[in-house]
Design a protein around this ligand. Structure first.
Ligand SMILES: Nc1ncnc2c1ncn2[C@@H]1O[C@H](COP(=O)(O)OP(=O)(O)OP(=O)(O)O)[C@@H](O)[C@H]1O
Length: 300
């Protein structure tokens, strides 16, 4: 049985349709992404999943429960990450943890949780004195304190530096490996690509595509591209006459070759026949961002 089922969800605010016929399921142990640009309808969708908003139409089940009807039961099993600034400035890390532990019947051991999240030394630090990364880790700790089966993490790494983002991604993988199903809401395509097992690309309130990150990029990945610096002068015809090559362009010192499958093998073999080495060779692949643009016709 899927952990989360969303079927034909529809939600409008007055005349504004925020979510239209959104359907997807999340399996046990997945990191599932709800991915799309600002205003796409991501928050509305997860707030319906959390039971915070009432859908106009559609059916939602989380762990077999109806989020609207069974909200009290669901709260014990679903962890939700707070948005920043939802905690009082003066609250210490330990006080926040104790407060949130009191909401649950079977809370996690706070010492182990703070250790795991790298906050053990910040126990007595007030919320406002925490760094961006520490605040983020605390909000994740609070989402996990009830030992949930499912955790909803919203805009996980907004405002974090690249190092803290990578640490956070590693942390999320660890949490998943411990058996928590994760619903990740993000507008960062790179985050979704690195972290999610599967994702729903949401665009203007609708699911534009539902697949794994590689499944999505493969759909639009009709071309391959190689860039390299030839070790000796290279005549264009050597490569443009290959059936695998569709285009060859040059920058000041690099050759860029576009083509179909087997491009790499065909190009390197042709170069080798003329004793030319492809220095600094790079194979460029389609990113999730490219896939989003191809699938929706818009920049994320
Ligand atoms: N309470 C509300 N009243 C009216 N319109 C709303 C309300 N909440 C959201 N909207 C509108 O519904 C649409 C979807 O909003 P939603 O917050 O679900 O998108 P989002 O993808 O989460 O965006 P963001 O990443 O900016 O949070 C947007 O056009 C938004 O302006």
């Amino acid at each position: 049985m899927p952990v989360i089922e969303v079927d034909q969800l529809h939600k409008r605010y007055g005349a504004k349709v925020a979510v239209e016929e959104v359907s997807f399921t999340v399996d046990d142990g997945e990191i599932f992404g709800i991915v799309g640009p600002n205003g796409a309808g991501k928050t509305t969708t997860v707030e319906c999943i959390e039971g915070l908003r009432r859908p106009d139409r559609g059916r939602i089940r989380v762990l077999g429960l109806n989020p609207e009807r069974d909200r009290a039961q669901l709260r014990q099993r679903l962890g939700v990450q707070l948005q920043e600034a939802e905690l009082p400035d003066k609250l210490t890390v330990a006080e926040a943890i104790d407060l949130y532990r009191s909401f649950y019947r079977h809370p996690a051991d706070h010492t182990a949780l703070l250790e795991a999240l790298g906050l053990a030394d910040q126990r007595k630090t007030r919320y406002r004195k925490l760094s961006g990364g520490q605040k983020q880790r605390l909000s994740i700790a609070l989402a996990l304190i009830g030992r949930p089966e499912v955790a909803v993490l919203d805009e996980l790494t907004t405002g974090l530096d690249p190092h803290a983002r990578r640490d956070t991604w590693a942390l999320i993988r660890t949490i998943r490996d411990q058996g928590v199903t994760i619903l990740l809401v993000t507008h960062f395509m790179d985050e979704a690509e690195r972290l999610c097992d599967r994702l729903a690309l949401i665009h203007s309130g609708r699911v534009a595509a539902l697949d794994s990150p590689t499944g999505l990029t493969d759909r639009v990945n009709t071309e391959q591209r190689l860039r390299f610096r030839p070790s000796a002068p290279l005549a264009d015809q050597l490569l443009t006459t290959l059936p695998e090559v569709t285009r060859l362009t040059r920058t000041a010192d690099e050759v860029i070759v576009t083509g179909t499958t087997n491009l790499l093998g065909a190009v390197t073999a042709a170069l080798a026949r003329d004793n030319i080495v492809a220095e600094r060779l790079r194979v460029e692949r389609t990113s999730l961002e490219d896939a989003f643009v191809a699938l929706t016709g818009q920049q994320p």
